[in-house]
Design a protein around this ligand. Structure first.
Ligand code: KG4
Ligand code: ZN
Length: 384
């Protein structure tokens, strides 16, 4: 009989992370070593640098997770690792370490999809708060720097199934935040800067229009579509963020970006107090309008999907789930509709390994293990 102790390992992008979680419901340790400072000079993640940093950090991060949990390697019941999606070279570092450790300890190896991990971050924290489990199916909005996906998630006898009912056709939501911030001469990652600056601007300043992605018969016969065609579903809850990025670009040129870049380049780690005086009302209005538009768009798409699929609850996860306007407005709309909704804490919104260990627990219960020759899958999909 095992005690459900799982070591989770995550290295899909720019965070090297390890965590110990017991039975998908109790986090004993959660260690994240972020490479943000390293990549911020380049304004985005540089894959080769990411792999090198993961190599440097993986051993100390895992040792720290074991030490903080107050356990020994031999106490573990399984090793879980992110299989994909992500940067191939970065994923490989975590996978190679996990395979070696599993082999050396004679423990099972569990492969976890990073996107499934983001969903389980929310479920883990609900269990930690001893909150009653949501009724199924759950609609999950996963919004991060690499992904904008809508999933319908269900569980039966510890087997979770996911159906992908929407995705971005171009940029991810977080990528749009990052690119707009970059266009405005703000730091990387840009989401937290936009989040912090938006309340200082007038969201009615600029009117942006988001892409309308529809399928021809969606509006007229949604109930027929629900019953007969998965293809219609797959399409009509999709997102697109490239248009708004271009629209922002058109506005940007005139708003003192170079002066701001120059001023900020002299401050090693700028704070809101440093940046705010460098932003004129037009820039702040642009930021507030951008955020308002993106949040409205995500809100409309999420609730439309929840309605067409009869979701009983909503979970929102991924880096962009940290956004305050997104949290406030999605929560208000869910309350209005009587739909339960949950977000992860800020620490579990962005990449971490507790979510990987939590997502692995149902597999440990069912004895679903990865082969000893597990490979990284950069484009790994979740669900049908
Ligand atoms: O989940 P995550 O850590 O990594 C990926 O799997 O991509 O997400 C990082 C993304 C970045 O694009 C970052 O700008 C965005 O999440 N982000 C935010 C906020 N905090 C992080 N976007 C909007 N508002 C925030 N507060
Ligand atoms: Zn992520």
């Amino acid at each position: 009989m095992h005690s459900g102790l799982i070591l989770g390992i995550e290295s899909s992008c720019d965070e090297t992370a390890a965590a110990i979680v017991r039975s998908g419901s109790e986090t004993l340790s959660n260690v994240v070593s972020s490479q943000i400072a390293l990549h911020s000079i380049y304004g985005g993640v540089v894959p080769e640098l990411a792999s090198r940093e993961h190599l440097r950090n993986i051993v100390p991060v895992i040792r720290e997770a074991i030490a903080r949990a107050g356990i020994r390697f031999s106490d573990l019941d399984a090793i879980a690792v992110t299989e994909g999606p992500g940067l191939a070279g970065a994923l490989l570092v975590g996978i190679t370490y996990a395979k070696t450790l599993a082999f050396a300890l004679g423990k099972p190896l569990i492969a976890v999809n990073h996107l499934e991990g983001h969903i389980h971050a929310v479920l883990l924290e609900m269990r930690e708060r001893q909150q009653a489990a949501f009724e199924l199916p759950i609609l999950a909005l996963v919004v991060s720097g690499g992904h904008t996906h809508l999933y319908l998630a269900s569980e039966h006898a510890s087997a979770w199934t996911y159906r992908n009912i929407g995705r971005t056709l171009d940029d991810a939501a977080g990528e749009a935040f990052d690119k707009v911030a970059k266009l405005l001469g703000l730091g990387y990652p840009g989401g937290p800067w936009i989040d912090a600056l938006a309340p200082h601007g007038d969201a009615n300043d600029v009117e942006f229009r988001m892409a309308q992605i529809k399928l021809k018969n969606h509006r007229t016969t949604p109930s027929v579509a629900v019953q007969t065609s998965t293809e219609i579903h797959d399409r009509h809850h999709d997102f697109s963020f490239s248009g708004i990025k271009t629209a922002v670009l058109r506005h940007v040129e005139t708003h003192g970006i170079n002066a701001r870049r120059e001023a900020l380049s002299h401050i090693p780690t700028p704070t809101l107090a440093d940046i705010l005086p460098l932003c004129d009302p037009a820039t702040l209005g642009l930021i507030a309008s951008f955020q308002r538009t993106v949040v409205s768009y995500l809100l409309r798409g999420t609730f439309a999907a929840a309605e067409s699929y009869g979701a009983r609850a909503i979970v929102v996860s991924g880096g962009v789930a940290a956004n305050r306007e997104l949290r406030t407005r999605l929560t208000a709309e869910a309350v209005r509709r009587g739909l339960p909704i949950a977000f992860p804490s800020l620490a579990l919104s962005t990449d971490n390994a507790a979510m990987i260990a939590a997502a692995a627990w149902p597999r440990l219960q069912r004895g679903v293990f990865a082969p000893a020759d597990l490979q990284a899958t950069a484009q790994l999909r979740l669900g049908a």
